[in-house]
Write a protein that binds this ligand. Structure first.
Ligand SMILES: [Zn+2]
Length: 429
């Protein structure tokens, strides 16, 4: 497929500084072929008029549990332990594989709708979220959540490994896999060691939750006389490429470890605020040189999967908390949501609108009141955009949504199926 986006405003990354240039973009197969003032080719399968449109790199949601859309607005205004152990886990116990497929599809639909083209997911039920990713055309780094507090750890690890093996046979570069020990408090030491050794053996990345709550830090400290970061480091977990979600409570020494071990931190500002878990020390992580990216976490603790909201939130919350309006600029927030996320999820040549890069991008309709007058479109992206303005989404050179019409997802079917599942969950069967 060959696509021309003609004469558009384009977000260009020049040595780490984003600016807007008027360009035409040629996409051929999976890649961006040209980003030029005028293009040489003249035959295309699709021409998109770029006038009054803004082309941005597809956004990366670096921490999600997409099937949790099924629990959206079902457990609000509750403290973390009550939320997780009394509301979420009992609902998860009632889910079938098919339910997870439809919940994931709803999550993917919402992400595409708001300009996200790639996400990291930790989920249950092998094959179901992968199937939704494969069918929808979005890009993802997937991992089956691994927990052994209930004795089912080996079964879950076997499921994760058999799924990874199954996908090795398919030639699908849109999907990567990691191993996901859920958290230091839901995995025993022996189990963590087993998962880490498998990750080393198969050279797989790790996706985990780390230092999300003060209670987690206190409990691990009591049990092992070391912080959660120090504990995972002692076990060798960070020797593989690691994506650690949250990282709210860290010591100076923890941050040194994360920097030395090149751990990627997925910050989830809305989820941390909503569950009353605090504010991550993003200012210090960035100053240390740690790769910080952005996630929504699941829809049960956010309650949307909209990375525009997270860009705005991470910027505003840190300005407010530190009483410093120069902190986490629009430029930095956009970097977190694009290139930093792509790097954290292990995708190369992703995160910029640039020749030779993967053709993952979103097109925004600039003809909205909130975009007038035109002063600074990078600021407008972070501070004025709700996500509704995204009109067209392309992943891997394929159009997934055009003029707000989904091309790969049966929207009404997804709404019907998740409503049916939700009615069953509400009846408790
Ligand atoms: Zn999470």
């Amino acid at each position: 497929m060959k696509i021309l986006i003609d004469n558009a405003s384009v977000v260009i990354n020049n040595d780490g500084i984003y600016s807007i240039k008027t360009k035409s973009i040629v996409i051929e197969d999976k890649y961006i072929k040209e980003v030029e003032d005028t293009v040489s080719d003249d035959e295309f399968d699709l021409v998109i008029d770029g006038r009054n449109k803004l082309v941005i790199p597809g956004l990366v949601n670096a921490h999600n549990h997409s099937y949790m859309t099924l629990f959206r607005n079902s457990a609000d205004d509750l403290p973390f332990d009550k939320w997780l152990f009394e509301k979420i886990i009992p609902q998860e116990d009632q889910l079938s594989g098919d339910n997870v497929y439809w919940g994931s599809m709803l999550g993917i639909m919402e992400m595409i709708y708001t300009g996200t083209t790639c996400f990291a997911d930790m989920y249950m039920f092998v094959n179901e979220t992968s199937r939704a990713v494969e069918e929808s055309g979005i890009r993802a780094n997937l991992s089956r959540g691994l927990v052994d507090i209930d004795g089912g750890g080996d079964r879950r690890l076997d499921e994760a490994l058999s799924e990874i093996k199954d996908y090795e046979k398919r030639d699908n570069e849109r999907i990567k896999f990691s191993l996901a020990p859920h958290a230091p408090y839901t995995c025993s030491k022996d189990y963590l060691e087993k998962v880490i050794s498998k990750a080393h053996q198969l050279n797989l990345g790790i996706n985990t939750h780390l230092s999300e709550t003060r209670k987690e830090v206190n409990d691990i400290q009591d049990q092992f006389k070391v912080t959660p970061t120090g504990y995972l480091n002692q076990l060798g977990l960070f020797d593989q490429r690691t994506l650690a979600a949250h990282c709210v409570y860290l010591t100076e020494e923890d941050m040194d470890i994360l920097y030395q071990k090149k751990v990627n931190v997925a910050s989830n500002p809305t989820s941390n605020l909503k569950l009353g878990n605090g504010v991550a020390p993003v200012k210090y992580l960035v100053n240390k040189g740690i790769n910080v990216c952005l996630g929504t976490d699941g829809a049960a603790s956010n309650n949307t999967l909209n990375i525009f909201k997270e860009m705005q939130m991470i910027s505003l919350i840190h300005k407010g908390v530190h009483e410093d309006a120069e902190l986490i600029t629009a430029q930095e927030a956009l970097y977190f949501a694009t290139s930093a996320g792509a790097k954290a999820l292990g995708f190369k040549r992703l995160g910029e609108v640039k020749a030779g890069y993967l053709a993952d991008l979103s097109i925004i309709d600039l003809d909205k009141p909130q975009y007038y007058p035109r002063n600074n479109l990078i600021a407008a992206l972070v501070y004025s955009t709700t996500g509704e303005e995204v009109e067209t989404v392309i992943v891997d050179g394929k159009v997934l949504m055009h003029k707000k019409i989904f091309k790969t997802i049966d929207v009404e079917r997804v709404k019907y199926e998740v409503t049916k599942i939700n009615n069953r969950l509400k009846r408790g069967i």
